[in-house]
Design a protein around this ligand. Sequence first.
Ligand SMILES: Cc1cc2nc3c(=O)[nH]c(=O)nc-3n(C[C@H](O)[C@H](O)[C@H](O)COP(=O)(O)OP(=O)(O)OC[C@H]3O[C@@H](n4cnc5c(N)ncnc54)[C@H](O)[C@@H]3O)c2cc1C
Length: 299
Amino acid sequence: MSSHYDKINISFRGQLLQSEPMCLHTSLKTGGPADLFAIPEDSEELHNLLSWLGERNITWMPIGRGYNLLVRDKGIRGAIISLERFNKITAVGESLIKAEAGADNLAVVRFAQKMGLGGIGFISGIPGTIGGAVKMNAGAYGEGILERIDRLTLLHNGQIHDFRIDELDYGYRHLRLADGDIVLAAAFRLDAREPFHTEEEIRKDLELRRSKHNVGFPSAGSFFKNPRGQAAWRLIDAAGMRGVKVGGAQVSEVHSNFLVNTGGATAQDFLDLAVMVKNAVFATCGVTLEEEVRIVGEI
Ligand SMILES: Cc1cc2nc3c(=O)[nH]c(=O)nc-3n(C[C@H](O)[C@H](O)[C@H](O)COP(=O)(O)OP(=O)(O)OC[C@H]3O[C@@H](n4cnc5c(N)ncnc54)[C@H](O)[C@@H]3O)c2cc1C
């Protein structure tokens, strides 16, 4: 661990942890320590923390609930910032609701439902926070969350800015942000919808996921993006990779685009398995798969 973390001299009501194992904060249950893991209590603390890090040239990365993260075994040099305490959801107009980055996806759908609004039922069962969903342009059934967003509040170059969604560069499972940018909140433009319709949408989504995604082991959901017009799982199956294992990491027997931790998997096991899958798919189908899971940490 770097020596300038030895004297952390900012007052903090939230949590400030040193050498925090990232396997505790990722759904894949792997990953070495982050030098610093900070959970600021409010905007003032976030501001003070960023100034403190900036003055010391310490890099940072925001995190949601770690449902889409593979952290390398050497861990993270710098700081991880969790916005889990920034989770307010408010109505800001007749058909607009604003959710802070740390709000859970399902909580936002439920809030909209109470207001008689809908149109984001497809995020009900996507595990994680609004910040993570926005960065990943998370979606399901052909819809992506950014299509439903009116404005994003970003911390960009140290300043808070509201961006219209058409000012941003995004696509399937990605939103381009500059290093160090933090999504603070998202305003959703929704449609009038009877609460019982939303209830039905949530029920169907959760039921489908229980039947399809119940892989029995920790995972990060789909490990690879679907290539245009194709399903990654089909290509992985065609390449004969279903069930293949490296150490504790395995291509799930249940859903072949899920790589799972069958127990004690290292990040390197996942990285090696991902290379094997990509090579096999390329050799069999001529398609290069691209990881959907974000791979971070010291090489
Ligand atoms: C069982 C299972 C099923 C899944 N199903 C789906 C699905 O159907 N569709 C889908 O799209 N995904 C799915 N996922 C993947 C995952 O749930 C999504 O990618 C989710 O949006 C990640 O949210 P998170 O809050 O955990 O983000 P994290 O995994 O913590 O972070 C993801 C990325 O977002 C960045 N980030 C997080 N918060 C912020 C912020 N405030 N500002 C800037 N950047 C930020 C992180 O730095 C990281 O790069 C599934 C995962 C699992 C385990």
